[in-house]
Design a protein around this ligand. Structure first.
Ligand code: HEC
Length: 160
């Protein structure tokens, strides 16, 4: 009888250990998932600047940096309406698609309507005029050929 009691107690304690470890594995799993989804919720250093926070602010400063008249992040020219174009025209595709396409104002309006009808482009409101002005001013139709003729070339002779 005593031995059976002992055995029961042992089984019970093993069972308890198992349940506790299962709960722990479960909790660690949940913490792991939370960490994967947002690692920042595990940093408790928000009250003092650490290196991570400094790099984030630097990135934010660089985010809309303009150098030599070019918006670095997108390659668009700096001019009136730049940010309207950056904010409305670089979300779905690269700004290169905008830069490469030189169109008249009418073609730009058509392109915007086409994107609005088929690609979920939102209503641009007052920004539409600003964007159109920016595009036709800074990326006008090229009347010349693909490129201007080369000048100032230093020709060299091929030696056999
Ligand atoms: C909601 C998403 C979205 C936004 C915002 C957007 N476009 Fe587009 N646009 C597209 C899609 C999708 C295509 C087709 C891309 C492709 O063919 O690879 C496209 C294509 C283009 C093209 C190429 C058209 C052609 O004939 O090949 C140009 C130029 C263009 N967009 C300019 C703009 C301009 C300017 C803006 C800002 C007013 C803008 N896009 C904003 C989705 C968008």
């Amino acid at each position: 009888m005593k031995r059976q009691e002992n055995f029961k107690n042992q089984v019970r304690s093993i069972y308890k250990v198992l349940v506790v470890s299962l709960i722990m594995v479960f909790l660690i799993g949940i913490l792991g998932i939370i960490y994967m989804v947002s690692p920042s919720s595990f940093s408790f250093k928000s009250d003092r600047p650490d290196t991570k926070m400094i790099t984030v602010t630097e990135e934010e400063d660089d985010w809309d940096k303009v150098e030599n008249g070019v918006h670095l992040r997108t390659g668009l020219k700096e001019a009136d309406g730049l940010m309207a174009v950056v904010n409305n025209c670089t979300n779905c595709h690269s700004a290169q698609l905008v830069i490469q396409n030189r169109m008249s104002r009418e073609r730009w309006v058509e392109t915007i309507r086409w994107m609005q009808e088929t690609q979920n482009l939102w209503d641009l409101g007052n920004n539409e005029e600003v964007i159109l002005d920016y595009l036709v001013t800074n990326y006008p139709l090229l009347k010349k050929g693909r490129r201007e003729n080369l000048t100032d070339i230093e020709w060299y002779t091929l030696n056999e």
